[in-house]
Design a protein around this ligand. Structure first.
Ligand code: KG4
Ligand code: ZN
Length: 337
């Protein structure tokens, strides 16, 4: 057991309480995820106060279950890793406090992890990382293109100037009466419809790597409301397909632009929206056709959403890079790379 490196990791940045045990940075011994979706659904989005309360209720159960499932004890651990931002301050604080308590009580090193770095490392369970590397990170809170020249060295090339892609999915989903989070259902509907509305593709041709989804969202909502006023029934599947095509077109074209300007060995696709089948298919096709020397690493479907396994994988690498923090660690809601 000598060379067995075990990281206990905590993720509570939004509405999942998750704790994992990761062996040698690439093997999941346990990954407990307690989701709160049911509690937030009736509000149409995450209510921060409700989220914090759930984390408090769940965290000890998740911790015990993570250790039991992995069949390990605190004495077996090499370090504790925790998400300290970006995210909801109250939610983050529960994970940070729990991780600090474990690290202090068992005299373990404490490793601070950026949630977005964690998302990238969900793809580490697919294959080893090679550099330079690019990542397209698409989630409910973020949409960004990150260039990683060498291990654990992140540079944001571009990001959304307003809504994140997942946020846009959830907002238009609400207009169509889809429960939060709406991404998966809209994705399914999109596959049954056609792009007949031709919504705007904001910033698609701009000479940068940034995104904007609020214009698309407004255009979608106006289209639906205008039809309602005229008592006209629009095809929901076509609306979903048109919205999704617009999102995918801009994500894919900005990623292509970045890949052309910054040659890399791998492209990582990660974050909650990376579960989108239309996006996965499109990026795969683009890479095959135009960047056949770039290896595509798509986060496994089960690890696209928030989870502690990805934090543990990032945690091992950060630990090897001697990243450490102490009991003064605080949550940083607006943390960037
Ligand atoms: O990464 P994540 O779990 O949480 C954040 O860190 O934000 O992402 C959640 C987001 C939600 O907005 C959800 O609607 C979206 O991911 N999502 C999807 C799909 N599955 C989840 N969006 C598009 N297509 C999907 N299949
Ligand atoms: Zn996330």
């Amino acid at each position: 057991m000598e060379n067995r490196k075990l990281i206990l990791s905590f993720e509570t940045s939004c509405d999942e309480t998750s704790i994992a045990v990761i062996e040698n940075g690439d093997t999941i011994l346990s990954n407990i995820v307690a989701t709160q979706i049911d509690s937030h659904q009736r509000f149409g989005g995450v209510v921060p106060e409700v989220a914090s309360r759930h984390h408090i209720e769940q965290i000890t159960h998740c911790l015990n279950e993570a250790l039991e499932t992995a069949k390990v004890d605190y004495n077996d651990l090499s370090a504790v890793a925790v998400t300290y931002g970006p995210g909801l301050v109250g939610s983050l604080l529960i994970g940070v406090t729990a991780a600090k308590a474990v690290a202090f009580a068992h005299d373990l090193p404490l490793v601070p992890i950026n949630h977005m770095a964690g998302h990238i490392y969900a793809a580490r369970f697919v294959d080893q990382f090679k550099y330079p590397q690019m990542a397209l990170l698409v989630s409910g809170g973020h949409t960004e293109i990150v260039y990683i020249e060498s291990e654990y060295d992140f540079k944001v090339l571009g990001e959304t100037r307003d809504d994140a892609a997942g946020e846009a999915y959830d907002k238009i989903g609400r207009v169509l009466g889809v429960n939060y989070p709406a991404g998966k259902t809209i994705d399914e509907w999109a596959h049954e419809g056609h792009d007949t509305f031709n919504f705007p593709r904001a910033m698609e041709k701009d000479d940068n790597y940034d995104f904007s989804f609020s214009g698309l969202k407004s255009s979608f909502i106006n289209t639906v409301h205008n039809a309602e006023q005229r008592e006209e029934k629009l095809d929901t599947k076509d609306l979903a397909a048109s919205f999704q095509q617009s999102v995918i077109d801009v994500l894919a074209s900005k990623t292509e632009r970045a890949l052309a300007d910054y040659p890399v060995k791998q492209l990582v696709l990660a974050g909650g929206v990376a579960a989108n089948q239309g996006l996965r298919d499109r990026i795969e096709k683009d890479l095959n056709q135009k960047f056949s020397n770039v290896q595509l690493l798509m986060a496994p479907l089960k690890l696209c959403g928030d989870n502690a396994a990805m934090i543990g994988a990032a945690g091992q690498v950060a630990f090897d890079h001697k990243k450490r923090t102490d009991m003064s660690l605080n949550a940083v809601p607006g943390l960037s790379f």
